[in-house]
Each structure stands twice: as C-alpha cells, then as structure tokens.
Design a protein. Structure first.
Length: 365
C-alpha cells in the first residue's frame, strides 16, 4: 500500500513519540498500573500540552480538523509506550458516539476535563452491539436506565457513561449518564494488562438521550469501527516493540557460547514475526482509510484488519515469550506487559472469529 504521512502528520507523530519517550517510561507506567491504573498528569498533558484529544476531530466540534489518520498516528505511538489512559475509549469511541448532539461534552473531552466511558456490551450478547437488554424508560423530560453493562473500559475514571439501551421496539438509543448520578453501582477492577475497567449496573439512573428516537445501531457500529481501527493501529505499536525487544534479547543471550540470534530456527521465527507485523500495518492503514466509506465497505475493511491483526497479536506475542524463555513472563521485564496487552487486544471489540463471521454476513448482504 502506497501511503505517506504529510509534514503535519509527521510532526504530530514526532511530538507524541518525543513526549512519551521523556515522560512515560516503563517504571512510571508500571507504578501507575499497580496504583490507580492511570496517570492524571499524563492525561492533562495529552489534552493541554499536546492537544491530542482534538487532533482528529472536525473544527466545527472544537477540534483541529484532522481525521482517522491522526487517530491512527496517536494510537500507534500510544501502543509503543503501552499507555494506560483510555484514549480510544473516551476520545475516539466516546466522541464518535456523541457526535454533534452534545457540543459541550465534546469540548470537555477535548480539553481533558471529561472522561467518557462507553458502556455498550452485555454478558449475554458477547460482541453483538444490537442484542441489548438494558432498558431506557421515559421519566419526565428524560429517561432512566435499568440494566448492566460489562467490561466498561475506563469506568473507574469516568465523569460520564455513554450507554446503549432499548427504549422500546426497534428503538435502540444512546444515552449519556453522569458518573456520579444516583442509581449507579460500579464493580471496579483491573484487566490483565493493568487497565481500569468496571461492570456497571444502572438502577433508575437518570439519563439524557443523544439524537432522535429510532434505531441507533448504525451509528453505534460506525463509532465502534472507528475505535476498532484505532485499536488496530495501537496493536502495530505493541507488536513493533515486542519484535524489537525480542531481537535485542536474542543478540545478547548466549547459548553454547554464541548469541541465540545466530540460530537459524530463531532467525526464521523473528522473520515470521516481522512479516505478520508488516501485513498487519497495511491492513491497519486500510481500516483507517475506510472509515468514511459506505457502511458495508467500512465494515468489511475494519473486520478484515481486526481478524488478521488479532491472530498476528497472538503469534507475535507468543513468539516473543518463547524466544525470551521464562524471563519473558516476569513482571520486571517490559515484554511481559506488552504480551498481556496483546492478549487483551485480541478480543477487545471482537475476536478474530467474530470479525470473520461479520465479514461473511456482510458479503451475504
């Protein structure tokens, strides 16, 4: 794929990479993961110092007029540094769900004062966005929500939840709920990659609806495709570091008096890792560039990328651990944390099997 960044996009990439190299070291990240699961000072810097949260949003929403390519650049660099903060959940997915229906909340996302946690998934539905048991009942001028959402990324940090709920037959809506509203019960935990998440139960929580009544599923699917494309870009950053760390270790580790990097079987394995990553990179770019296409074309491109990259994450992650040996699983070594992130990403926004099935259904029409 012939794809080149503009001068402005290269400047964005370099500024993000430079900030992370100076301020987001592995030890600081590890301490944050063991403590609160994020670094508030980093979140403020992303918003205020670097202006990242408005980089991909249109100017009429208060952003800087970028688009999916800017999101891809940021997400890939975040993957390289294993950033904990919920950029994809709040800034990419949250903003896409909200759209133009709440300009004030979008402005707060851009300046970093609001963290939006999308609550879209339920236990019985797996990755299906349209199988929703959560109910929205009319109450005065608004609605109240009843139901439970699981694995809400960034839930413990949220100022707002953006929730999918059924308001009646063929009426799937998107609702905004203040995180400190009554009628909300959270069960907070850390996922295996150290990121904060919650299972959230709504019991009469007051909510405001985004958009008119009707089926919001196409809007939700489009927003999740944006987030999935960003996740694919983040995966490239994660896999790049896994390969680089593995090559460096293989050059240093000696067996039978020579570096194990000289063993042909390990050379082949590392070449296979590189091949998987470069194929994934092309598919990631394709997914990001497809986000403005009609729904079926967009869905095929994004699902093709996620299906392949999910398998690549497994291959690259497992190969990195195998070549490192037992030391690769220790908390003290960064490669184990990248492996955990790679493992979580395989199923985030849908497994490879789910996306292969989605592609088949889209092909059937």
């Amino acid at each position: 794929m012939n794809f080149e960044l503009s001068d402005e996009q290269m400047l964005l990439r370099d500024s993000v990479a430079g900030y992370l190299a100076r301020n987001y070291g592995f030890d600081a990240r590890r301490e944050a993961a063991a403590d609160r699961g994020w670094r508030p000072e980093a979140w403020r810097a992303f918003a205020e110092e670097l202006g990242l949260f408005g980089a991909a949003l249109p100017e009429d929403a208060g952003g800087f007029g970028g688009g999916p390519t800017e999101t891809m650049i940021i997400a890939e660099e975040f993957g390289r540094s294993l950033v904990l903060e919920p950029y994809i959940e709040s800034v990419v997915l949250g903003a896409a769900l909200i759209g133009s229906d709440d300009g004030e909340l979008i402005s707060r996302i851009i300046d970093g004062s609001a963290i939006v946690a999308p609550a879209l998934y339920e236990g019985v539905a797996r990755f299906s966005l349209g199988r929703i048991a959560c109910k929205a009942k009319a109450s005065g001028d608004g609605h109240v929500l009843e139901g439970t959402k699981i694995v809400v990324g960034g839930g413990p940090l949220a100022t707002h939840f953006v929730v999918s709920a059924s308001a009646g037959d063929d009426d799937l809506g998107i609702f905004v709920v203040q995180a400190d509203a009554p009628g909300i019960e959270r069960r907070d935990y850390a996922t295996i990659d150290g990121r904060p998440a919650s299972d959230v139960t709504f019991s009469g929580a007051p909510a405001s609806r985004l958009g008119a009544s009707g089926n919001a599923l196409p809007r939700i699917e489009a927003a999740v495709d944006c987030a999935t494309a960003a996740l694919c870009a983040e995966a490239i950053g994660v896999m790049d570091v896994l390969l680089k760390s593995t090559v460096e270790y293989a050059r240093q580790r000696e067996q039978f008096g020579v570096p194990i990097a000289t063993f042909q079987v390990l050379q082949h394995r590392m070449v296979d890792m590189l091949t998987q990553i470069e194929r994934s990179r092309s598919l990631s770019i394709m997914a990001s560039l497809s986000l403005d296409l009609p729904a079926d074309e967009r869905g095929r491109a994004v699902s093709a990328a996620k299906a392949y990259i999910g398998q690549a994450l497994q291959f690259v992650g497992e190969a990195a651990i195998q070549i490192h040996g037992g030391i690769g699983t220790t908390e003290e070594l960064a490669v184990s944390h990248y492996f955990k992130r790679a493992t979580v990403m395989q199923s985030q926004f849908g497994t490879s099997a789910f996306h292969l099935e989605r592609m088949a259904l889209l092909d059937e029409g």
